[in-house]
Design a protein around this ligand. Structure first.
Ligand code: ATP
Ligand code: MG
Length: 552
C-alpha cells in the first residue's frame, strides 16, 4: 500500500522542488473549518497532507480555519482532533488557529490600504454583485474605489470599531474590475459580523475572508505546499496576489489543487449533512449511514480500511464519483483477515431436538478464524433447543435449497447433523418450531456411511444466548448524486432495517471496537453509542455484507 501513495502528481512536484533546491523541508497543513464532523473527503486530504510530511520528514500542521464565527462551534474541534488521531496521524506541535493571526492579518490589510491596493467599499452587497459583471460582461468600478488612503484608513478603523452595520461596508482589494478572472474583480478581504468569536470573543467585529486568511496563515506557518480541492483553482491567483503585495520576506507557499472525493449514493457536504440532522432523517453526525469518520467508525470501519481506500483512489485532478463498493471492498478485505468469527440469528426460528434431554448442554470448541489459529477458539453452547434463521428452513424442498427441509438433513455449523421431522404451527398456520433429531456421531464429521455433502447453517442456543438487535444499513439515498433539490426526496426510506435475534452467550465479553463476522450474515460491530441504554439487548451495526450486493 505504501507504494501506491507515492504515485501522485504532488509527489512529483515536491521531488522537483527538493531537487531544484526551492525547498529544504516540506511543510503541509490540514485546515478544517470547525463547522461539522470530518468525513471521508477530509480523510483523503488528511492522508495526503500527513503522509507527505511523514514521507519527506517534514511537518504537517493542524490548523482550525476559524475565520467565520457564524458557523463555528467549539465542540467540533475536539471531534476533529479525535478523528485525526484515530486515523493514526499526528500533527506538528500544538493545534493552530487562523484566529491566532487576526492581529497580523489586520496589519496586512492596513498595509494594502497604504499601498492603494485596498479600499473600503460602501456599496450594498446587491450592488457589489451587480458591479462585478459576469463571465461575459466586464465589471464596473465602485464609486468608493477612488477614495484616498487617509479616508480608507479612517473608514477601516470605523469598521473595526463597529461604527457600520453589517453589510454597509467591507474592505476590498483593488485589483481589476475587468479581469477575465471573476475572483480578481476587487475581491472582498474583510466583512463586518457582529458575532462573538469563540476564541477572540468580542475583540473583533470584522473578520477576514477565506482567501485573505488562508494564504497569510500558510505563509506565517512556513507551509511550502498548500493543498486544496479543485474548486479553489481560480482563487490561486488571489492567493498569490495577496502574498506578493504584503511585506513578507520568507519563501511563499504555493497552492496546488486536487479533485474532491465524491461518493455515490451519499453526501459529504457538511451543509447537506446538517440539513439531514435538522430534519431528523439521520440521528447525528455519527449516524452509521453517513460517510463521516465517526459514522464509519460506529459502523465498524477500521482506520486502515479508510486509509487504504484513500490510497486506492489516489490523488488526481480528475473529478469523479467513486462507487461505495470500492470503500466497502477495503473494509471487507480488512475484516476477512481480522474479524473474529461468531454466530448470530437475526430472524429466529426455534428448533427442538427431540433425542436430547431437556437440560442438555454441551460446550463445543470453535475456531475464532478459519485460517488464523493465533486468533484462538471459543466455547459455544449446544442445547436441546436452538435457534436458526427463518430463511434456513423450508417445509417443502426447493431446487438447489441446501438448508433444512422437512424429512431432510443439514449440518449445524461446527457441530452436528440434524434432521427435520415435523413442525409446530400457530393457529394462523405459521411455523413456530421445528422438531428435529440429531446424530450424536457427527460432531465435526460426517455420518459413518455418509458421503453426500450437506448444506451448513448457523445457529445459536435457545437456552443460553444474548438478546441482540441488528442494525442493517443500506445506502442513504436512492439517487447516485443527490442534489440540493432532491436531498430529501431521494432519501432511501429503508436505509436502516432493525432485526431482533440472538448472539452466542460468549458475546457478553464483546468489546466496543472489536469486529465480528457473523457467519453467513455479514461483518458487525457493537454500536458504540446506544448499548448502555437498551439493556437487555446488545446492539450490533452491520459494517458490510460478506460479499458485494448480497442484501438480507
Ligand atoms: P464541506 O463541503 O464538506 O463543508 P469544506 O471544504 O468546506 O467541505 P473544510 O473543513 O473547509 O471543508 O475542509 C478542510 C480541508 O479538507 C480542505 O483543505 C478541503 O480541501 C479538504 N476537503 C474537504 N472536503 C473534501 C473532499 N470531499 N475531498 C477532498 N478533500 C476535501
Ligand atoms: Mg470550507
Amino acid at each position: 500500500m505504501i507504494k501506491k501513495r507515492f504515485k501522485n502528481f504532488i509527489y512529483q512536484i515536491i521531488n522537483n522542488d527538493l531537487l531544484s533546491g526551492k525547498h529544504k523541508k516540506i511543510c503541509t497543513r490540514f485546515p478544517p473549518e470547525p463547522n461539522g464532523y470530518l468525513h471521508i473527503g477530509h480523510a483523503k486530504s488528511i492522508c495526503l497532507n500527513f503522509n507527505l510530511a511523514k514521507d519527506y520528514n517534514g511537518y504537517c500542521n493542524l490548523r482550525i480555519d476559524d475565520t467565520n464565527p457564524t458557523q463555528e462551534n467549539i465542540k467540533y474541534i475536539n471531534f476533529i482532533k479525535r478523528d485525526i488521531k484515530w486515523l493514526g496521524f499526528h500533527w506538528n506541535g500544538k493545534v493552530r488557529y487562523s484566529s491566532d493571526y487576526f492581529d497580523v492579518m489586520y496589519k496586512y490589510a492596513l498595509e494594502l490600504i497604504e499601498k492603494k491596493l485596498a479600499y473600503v467599499d460602501q456599496l450594498s452587497s446587491k450592488e457589489i454583485r451587480k458591479y462585478r459583471g459576469s463571465l461575459i460582461l466586464p465589471g464596473k468600478n465602485s464609486p468608493y474605489r477612488k477614495q484616498s488612503i487617509k479616508k480608507n484608513k479612517i473608514l477601516f478603523l470605523k469598521m473595526k470599531h463597529g461604527e457600520f452595520s453589517e453589510g454597509n461596508a467591507c474592505l476590498r482589494a483593488k485589483i481589476n474590475m475587468n479581469s477575465t478572472s471573476m475572483i480578481m474583480r476587487d475581491p472582498i478581504l474583510y466583512r463586518i459580523k457582529f458575532v462573538s468569536h469563540y476564541r477572540t470573543k468580542n475583540k473583533w467585529c470584522i473578520y477576514p475572508t477565506y482567501d485573505f486568511a488562508q494564504c497569510i496563515s500558510d505563509a506565517l506557518e512556513g507551509i511550502t505546499h498548500s493543498l486544496c480541492t479543485l474548486e479553489f483553482q481560480e482563487n490561486r491567483k488571489l492567493y498569490n496576489w495577496i502574498l506578493q503585495n504584503i511585506s513578507f520576506n520568507n519563501t511563499y507557499p504555493h497552492q496546488y489543487e486536487f479533485s474532491r472525493l465524491n461518493l455515490q449514493y451519499t453526501v459529504t457536504s457538511k451543509r447537506k449533512i446538517r440539513k439531514l440532522i435538522e430534519k431528523k432523517i439521520i440521528e447525528d453526525w455519527d449516524d452509521p449511514r453517513l460517510p463521516t469518520i465517526s459514522g464509519l467508525r460506529r459502523k465498524g470501519y477500521t482506520p486502515n480500511s479508510i486509509k487504504n481506500f484513500c490510497y486506492n483512489i489516489g490523488i488526481t485532478r480528475q473529478d469523479s464519483n467513486i462507487e461505495i463498493s470500492s470503500l466497502e471492498s477495503c473494509i471487507r478485505k480488512d475484516l476477512n483477515e481480522n474479524a473474529i468469527r461468531s454466530m448470530a440469528v437475526i430472524n429466529p426460528l426455534r428448533i427442538i431436538i427431540k433425542n436430547l434431554p431437556k437440560e442438555y448442554e454441551e460446550n463445543i470448541i470453535m475456531p475464532n478464524h478459519p485460517k488464523k489459529k493465533v486468533m484462538g477458539t471459543r466455547k459455544v453452547i449446544f442445547s436441546k433447543e436452538i435457534y436458526i434463521d427463518k430463511s434456513d428452513f423450508c417445509e417443502i424442498n426447493k431446487k438447489n435449497y441446501k438448508r433444512l427441509v422437512l424429512g431432510k438433513e443439514v449440518r449445524l455449523r461446527n457441530s452436528y447433523i440434524i434432521k427435520a421431522c415435523y413442525v409446530n404451527k400457530d393457529i394462523k398456520g405459521n411455523v413456530i418450531s421445528v422438531i428435529c433429531t440429531y446424530d450424536p456421531n457427527t460432531l465435526h464429521k460426517n455420518h459413518k456411511d455418509g458421503k453426500k455433502k450437506l448444506g451448513v447453517i448457523h445457529w445459536v442456543s435457545a437456552k443460553k444466548n444474548i438478546k441482540a438487535k441488528f442494525h442493517l444499513y443500506e445506502k442513504l439515498f436512492n439517487e447516485v448524486i443527490p442534489t440540493e433539490k432532491s436531498l430529501i426526496s431521494s432519501i432511501n426510506k429503508n436505509s436502516l432495517i432493525i432485526y431482533k435475534g440472538f448472539v452466542e452467550s460468549n458475546m457478553s465479553k464483546a468489546k466496543i471496537g472489536e469486529n465480528y463476522q457473523f457467519e453467513r450474515i455479514g461483518y458487525f460491530c457493537i454500536d458504540n453509542k446506544n448499548n448502555k441504554n437498551l439493556f437487555p439487548y446488545l446492539i450490533f451495526n452491520r459494517t458490510v455484507t460478506l460479499r458485494e450486493k448480497i442484501n438480507n
